[in-house]
Design a protein around this ligand. Structure first.
Ligand code: G3P
Length: 217
C-alpha cells in the first residue's frame, strides 16, 4: 500500500520523506489555509521535495473554471494530481483533464456509486473519506470494501486513495482490504511504529547490555 502524507507542512513531509515513508502528498483547501502559504508556492515546494503524486485541489465549482485551474496547477510539475470534488462539474473536469493526460484525484467521495462515476470519468485516484463517515456513525471502512469490490469486479484502474484517516487502525484496515493508497496526517503515520512491548523489550535489552557491559565499537 502506498503512503501519501496528508498535509501542506513542508517540514513534516521532509521528515517522513527522509524515512522513505512518502510515496505522495495530498493537500486540500483546509490544509493550505492551515499552512498559511500561497497554494502555488507551497505546492511547487512540495513537488520539488516529493517525486510521487502531489494532489492540489481546485477552488472553483463549475467545470470550465475547474478545468482552467487544473491546467494551471498541472503546469507546476509533472507529478501534480489535480483534485476535484465529486460533483457532476467535478466529473466533467475529471474527464477533460484525464483525456489531456493529467492525473486527477476525485475527492469528497462518500458512496460506492460516487466512486463508480469517478472511475467511469477516468479518475486516476478516488478519495473516499473514512473518518467523516465514522463521525456520523456510519462505517467508513465498509465504503473502502465496497469500492474495492466494485472496482475489482470491472477491472477499473482508478486507484483507491483512502482518505480522512484518523487512526492506525484505519491504516491497517485499509491494507487488509487492499486500498491502493492511504493518505494520513504525519502524526498518524508516525504513530504506526508505536507498541508498548517493543518499548518494554528494548528497555530489557538495554539493561542487559549495561549489566554485561556489551560493547561493539
Ligand atoms: O485528504 C482528505 C483529508 O484531509 C480529510 O481529512 O480528517 O478533515 O476528514 P479530515
Amino acid at each position: 500500500m502506498k503512503f501519501f502524507v496528508d498535509t501542506a507542512e513542508i517540514d513534516a513531509i521532509a521528515e517522513l520523506h527522509a524515512l522513505g515513508m512518502v510515496d505522495g502528498v495530498t493537500t486540500n483547501p483546509s490544509l493550505i489555509k492551515k499552512s498559511g502559504r500561497d497554494i502555488l508556492e507551497v505546492t511547487r515546494e512540495i513537488c520539488d521535495l516529493v517525486s510521487g503524486p502531489v494532489s492540489a485541489e481546485v477552488t472553483a465549482t463549475d467545470a470550465d473554471d475547474m478545468i482552467a485551474e487544473g491546467r494551471k496547477l498541472a503546469e507546476i510539475a509533472e507529478n501534480i494530481a489535480v483534485k476535484v470534488p465529486l460533483t457532476w462539474d467535478g466529473l466533467k473536469a475529471c474527464k477533460v483533464l484525464t483525456d489531456e493526460g493529467k492525473m486527477v484525484n476525485v475527492t469528497l467521495c462518500f458512496s460506492a456509486n460516487q466512486a463508480l462515476l469517478a472511475a467511469k470519468a477516468g479518475a486516476t485516484f478516488i478519495s473516499p473519506f473514512i473518518g467523516r463517515l465514522d463521525d456520523i456513525a456510519l462505517d467508513g471502512m465498509e465504503l473502502i470494501e465496497d469500492i474495492r469490490t466494485v472496482y475489482d469486479n470491472y477491472g477499473f484502474e482508478t486507484e483507491i486513495l483512502a482518505a480522512s484517516i484518523r487512526s492506525v487502525n484505519h491504516v491497517l484496515d485499509c491494507a487488509r482490504i487492499g486500498a491502493d493508497v492511504m493518505t494520513a496526517p504525519p502524526g498518524v503515520i508516525k504513530s504506526l511504529v508505536n507498541h508498548p512491548l517493543t518499548d518494554k523489550g528494548l528497555d530489557a535489552f538495554l539493561a542487559d547490555i549495561k549489566a554485561a557491559d556489551i560493547k561493539i565499537l
